[in-house]
Structures are given as structure tokens and as C-alpha cells.
Ligand binder design. Structure first.
Ligand SMILES: NC(=O)c1ccc[n+]([C@@H]2O[C@H](COP(=O)([O-])OP(=O)(O)OC[C@H]3O[C@@H](n4cnc5c(N)ncnc54)[C@H](O)[C@@H]3O)[C@@H](O)[C@H]2O)c1
Length: 382
């Protein structure tokens, strides 16, 4: 695994996050590409990387590089992933995989033909207790799943002067909060339960039809600390959040609330799964504990301790109980699955990491959500 070299594309929030996780695995990062020479150079220096690439073509031509991590704004994912696969590089692409299902379908097809590893970074699956919940479902410890409810809420876009490229449909896609964070939740609950959303009814919300964009550079998530000097009005064509009713393929019902305007909620993904035998509840802001609910005996709190988790989950846990693991560890575990697969070289084997097909399914859900919101009615997921 350690003989595979990789390059990072994008130098904002995710570029350094990916770099750090790769280093913890001993994967060599050959270099980084930013939006221009200045950003590439600054990022390479800051991260201590040997090379600052000058263009994407240069990365794809680099024979030392076997894989690329695409951490640029969503608009660029399709073209970059496509070109990397065509150049014979393995691809780990940030979510959402692309802007629409036409693009994601083409990527699924290309990945299948290419005999290369292709992962979409639904890293949050790799919280150990979420993996434990999956084991519990598989071992029928919850019984038949009746309902899945939850939310993914943040507050970083609460004020009218909060701005990021994600606000613009042309940069991030026509759905913003849903594609950005809602798809993490949808991926996670479907991964845990093995169920699929087959129909849904969505009611989306945009609180500011006009936002006041600060003039000059705005880094992702920096709005809370950046001093705003002057602003310009921009028309908002994406949602701040919304409520979605869900129907799963076993008949289970669910609800999801997504928001980037919920004061005090920094990055809070919650789910509660109720089955015929027991229930489970988890919150990403306290990720090292999971509530287990029973009808006929006292409820329990399971903590992340390899000694208390299933054997199948232990390889995804790096620290003993009481030593908390969190968000950065999910990247490490996801990348470990991806690089172990490449190292093995059996591309007929079923990947354990989230694939481009998972990325495609998430876009299909996004399109169903947009359609339902527009029609004001239930729609089936295609
Ligand atoms: N998996 C997760 O938990 C998670 C969290 C945050 C963001 N993301 C995803 O990661 C991606 C990036 O988000 P971010 O928050 O890091 O954004 P960001 O704005 O912080 O970073 C984007 C970077 O891409 C660079 N860039 C833009 N155009 C480029 C080009 N043509 N070539 C090279 N670099 C270019 C920008 O200059 C910037 O450095 C998005 O798709 C987002 O959805 C995933």
C-alpha cells in the first residue's frame, strides 16, 4: 500500500485534510494543485509536500502518481474524475460526485471499464459506532427496521453576509444543503440499514433570496472569523435546507431535516433507527457513544471501545476506549479501504469503500428531491 503515490487536487478545506489522513496511513503524497501557481506553491510549502503542480495536465502526465484526490468545487469533479480515469489514475473524488446523474452515470460507466479504483468520499460512514450499527442491523439485533429519522444541521450560513461558492448553483449544483450534507446522511443511513430510499416528498427552504457577498476572497467556513469590509448583492438559487419524508424499500418510513442555518448547530448529523426489537441513536457531535433503546429492559449507552465492538468493526478503530476518535479519523479509514483495494489489485472484488455507483445514487436522490419540491408532491426515486 505504501508504494502507491498520490496527488491532491484542491488546496482549501479538504486538500490539507486529505493530505493529513494519507500521511497517517503512510501513503506518499507527491504534490498538490491549487487554482493557480500561488495557491499550489503556498499549499505545498505549508504541508511540506515535494511538488506544487502548475496544471491538472501536469498531474495527469506525472508517471509517479498512481491516484488523485479531487477536492475542488463540485462543478469540476466530473471533468477531473473523467480525465484522471482516462489517464489511468485511480480516483478518490469528494462528494457530491458530480453535478447531475448524466455526469455521474458516465463516470460509473467509465470506472467500470477502466479497471481502476473509483471512490466517492462518503467518509462519515467510517465512524466506528455507525459501522457497529450496521453490524447490529446485519445480525438482526434491531429486528425489522420500522423507521429512520434524523437531521444534518449546521449554522455557518445563518447570516445574510455568509457566503461560499456552494451558494451558487453553477459552482455546487442546483441543490446545495441537500447535496452538500444531506447526501452524507442519506448515504450513511442506507449504508447502515442496507435499505434504499424508493420514494420521497421534499419541502425545501431558502431564507435569503439575496445574499450579501463579501468582496474579495472568502475561504470555506471562514465567515465566522473573517472581518467583512464591503459586500455585493448576489441572487441565491440554491436552498438553505428543507424537510424530506422518506419511504424505504422494506416499507420503513423516515424523515430527514437538513439545514445550514440552524443557530448553534456546528456540524450535527443525527439519526435514530427503530426496529421491531430495539432502537439506536447517534449524534456526530458526540461520536464516541451510541444510545441503544429497549422496551423491556433499561436502555444502554455503548461507547467506542474496540473491546465492546464487533470483530468486523475493530479494524476500523485505531485507539482504545476512552481515547476519542472523530472526523479526521473517518478520512483515514475510508482511504485505508481504498488503498488496500488498490494494493490487492483484484478489481473484480466488491469494494468496501463508497463507490462511484454510490455517488450516482446520491445524485439520483438529489434529483428526486428537487423534482418533489418543485411538484409539491411525492416522487419515486429513479
Ligand atoms: N467529505 C467531507 O466531509 C467534505 C467536507 C467538506 C467539503 N467536502 C467536499 O470537498 C470539495 C471541496 O470543498 P472545500 O470545502 O474544501 O472547498 P474550498 O473552497 O475550501 O477548497 C476548494 C479548493 O479548490 C481549489 N480550486 C478551484 N478550482 C481549481 C482548479 N481548477 N484546479 C485546482 N484547484 C482548484 C480552490 O482554490 C480551493 O483551494 C467539495 O466538493 C465539497 O463538497 C467534503
Amino acid at each position: 500500500m505504501q508504494s502507491i503515490r498520490t496527488a491532491i487536487i484542491g488546496a482549501g478545506f479538504m486538500g490539507p485534510t486529505h493530505t493529513e489522513a494519507l500521511r497517517r496511513l503512510g501513503i506518499e503524497v507527491a504534490g498538490i494543485l491549487g487554482v493557480d501557481e500561488a495557491e499550489s506553491t503556498k499549499a505545498a510549502q505549508k504541508l511540506g509536500l515535494p511538488r506544487a503542480y502548475l496544471s491538472y495536465t501536469e498531474v495527469l502526465k506525472d508517471k509517479n502518481v498512481h491516484a488523485v484526490h479531487i477536492t475542488t468545487p463540485n462543478r469540476l469533479h466530473f471533468q477531473m474524475a473523467r480525465d484522471a480515469l482516462k489517464a489511468g489514475k485511480h480516483v478518490l473524488c469528494e462528494k457530491p460526485l458530480a453535478m447531475n446523474t448524466r455526469e455521474t452515470a458516465a463516470l460509473v460507466d467509465l470506472a467500470k471499464k477502466s479497471k481502476l479504483a473509483a471512490c466517492v468520499n462518503y467518509n462519515l460512514r467510517y465512524y466506528p459506532l455507525c459501522m457497529e450499527a450496521r453490524e447490529m442491523v446485519q445480525e438482526n439485533r434491531l429486528g425489522k427496521v420500522h423507521s429512520i429519522v434524523g437531521s444534518y444541521v449546521q449554522d455557518w450560513l445563518l447570516y445574510q453576509t455568509d457566503y461560499n461558492w456552494r451558494i451558487l448553483a453553477e459552482e455546487g449544483g442546483s441543490l446545495r444543503a441537500i447535496a452538500d450534507i444531506g447526501t452524507h446522511w442519506l448515504d450513511m443511513v442506507q449504508y447502515i440499514t442496507g435499505l434504499r430510499v424508493v420514494a420521497l416528498c421534499a419541502d425545501l427552504l431558502t431564507i435569503f433570496p439575496i445574499r450579501k457577498r463579501p468582496k474579495g476572497e472568502v475561504e470555506s467556513f471562514s465567515g465566522k472569523v473573517q472581518k467583512i469590509q464591503a459586500t455585493e448583492d448576489i441572487t441565491v438559487n440554491t436552498e438553505d435546507g428543507g424537510a424530506i419524508l422518506l419511504r424505504f424499500d422494506n416499507g420503513a418510513k423516515g424523515t430527514l431535516f437538513v439545514s445550514q442555518i440552524s443557530a448553534g448547530r456546528k456540524n450535527c448529523l443525527r439519526w435514530e433507527i427503530s426496529g421491531s426489537k430495539s432502537g439506536a441513536y447517534w449524534d456526530s457531535e458526540t461520536p464516541n457513544e451510541m444510545w441503544l433503546g429497549y422496551r423491556d429492559k433499561p436502555n444502554e449507552k455503548l461507547i467506542k471501545d474496540p473491546g465492546l465492538l464487533s470483530e468486523a468493526v475493530r479494524p476500523y478503530v485505531s485507539y482504545p476506549g476512552g481515547h476519542n476518535e472523530g472526523y479526521p479519523d473517518t478520512f483515514k479509514q475510508c482511504f485505508k479501504a481504498f488503498y488496500a483495494y488498490i494494493a490487492k489489485g483484484d478489481y473484480k472484488a466488491k469494494p468496501t469503500f463508497p463507490t462511484f455507483l454510490d455517488g450516482h445514487r446520491e445524485l439520483a436522490l438529489c434529483e428526486a428531491i428537487a423534482k418533489s419540491n418543485k411538484k409539491n408532491s411525492w416522487v419515486t426515486v429513479e
